[in-house]
Design a protein around this ligand. Structure first.
Ligand SMILES: [Zn+2]
Length: 323
């Protein structure tokens, strides 16, 4: 098994980004894969601070400290709440004109910057333009659309690509080959998803429960039983909705005769058996509803209500869109 940082060090997107640290000071990294994104930012900071010849050399004092994520010239936000707020930017402004402590540069990393309030983003604007040349700012976002255009235009932008399965395999600790294949095909190149699936002791149980809901739930009187079953399988509804999304995408591919694009072949037979029950229109509506449900989850709405109404919705659109 290799560490996440080693995975990134050999990634071609990372190595091709490195020359830009000589010309840019502000980076905007975009990915929904949070764990990969945050580690990518740390690796970029490592290369910025490295004093070796091929950066990051992995041997100099700065590299060694970065490997332990304990470099005193790297400041990571948000510090005060879950999302980035004005106080985070104020904290950065207090530090940015001070001399670095250990090296000759400073790096400020803003994780989950998609959540930054417009006030915080506006406060950051001026420094993006006129910050000291030995300071670097890395903004990590899940979706660039949540960043003000004025902020975007001052950044060197990079959208992180999915991680190749062969690389992802190296950081997962799964000895069972068929389980490994399933995790890899469902993760879709996301380190965050792969780790989450790999670490869930009952991932197979959740997988079966979601698939069974799609294939076997036929009547609104069954909704309660299915929602209880799903709730028992996982406290974490986001993993359940991720699987719903994956299976409904697969189902759409089956309906459109594009089974070759389905990564996880082991669910194909079951999906084929119910394809006539779901028209492409119904699947499209259900996928939209999944996005809405996931947004509600972020706002901490009542979990039971979210899952109950989603299951009812599936039955409703199946009925309304029947061909
Ligand atoms: Zn180094």
């Amino acid at each position: 098994m290799i560490e996440y940082q080693d995975l990134i060090a050999k990634n071609s997107q990372y190595t091709s980004l490195l020359p830009s640290i000589d010309s840019a000071n502000v980076f905007l990294l975009e990915s929904e894969d949070t764990i990969y994104l945050e580690n990518f930012a740390l690796m970029l900071a490592k290369a910025i601070l490295c004093t070796g010849t091929t950066r990051p050399c992995g041997k100099c004092q700065d590299c060694l400290k970065m490997s332990l994520v304990s470099h005193s010239d790297v400041h990571i936000y948000p510090k005060f709440s879950k999302g980035v707020v004005v106080d985070d930017v104020k904290d950065m402004l207090d530090r940015i004109y001070l001399a670095p402590l250990e090296s000759d540069k400073q790096v400020f990393i803003f994780n989950s910057f998609s959540s930054a309030t417009p006030q915080a983003q506006n406060k950051l604007l001026k420094i993006l333009e006129e910050g000291p040349s030995n300071s670097y700012i890395i903004l990590c976002v899940s979706a660039i659309s949540k960043v003000l255009r004025t902020v975007q235009s001052r950044c060197y932008k990079t959208k992180l690509l999915p991680i190749p399965s062969d690389d992802l395999k190296k950081v997962l600790d799964i000895s069972d080959n068929s389980a490994l294949d399933r995790v890899l095909s469902l993760a879709g190149g996301s380190l965050t998803r792969a780790i989450r699936y790999a670490q869930d002791d009952d991932f197979q149980g959740i997988y079966d429960a979601v698939l069974s809901t799609i294939c076997d739930m036929k009547d609104s009187r069954q909704v309660l039983a299915y929602s209880c079953m799903l709730g028992e399988k996982s406290e974490d509804l986001s993993i359940i909705f991720e699987l719903f999304e994956i299976f409904f995408r697969y189902l759409l591919l089956v309906r459109l005769g594009r089974e070759d694009f389905v990564e996880d072949k082991s669910c194909l037979e079951r999906l084929r058996s119910v394809q006539q029950e779901y028209s492409p229109d119904a699947i499209d509506l259900i996928l939209r509803e999944i996005y809405k449900a996931r947004e509600k989850l972020e706002f901490n709405c009542n979990k039971q209500t979210i899952i109950d109404s989603f299951l009812l919705y599936i039955l409703e659109v199946k009925y309304l869109c029947r061909e």
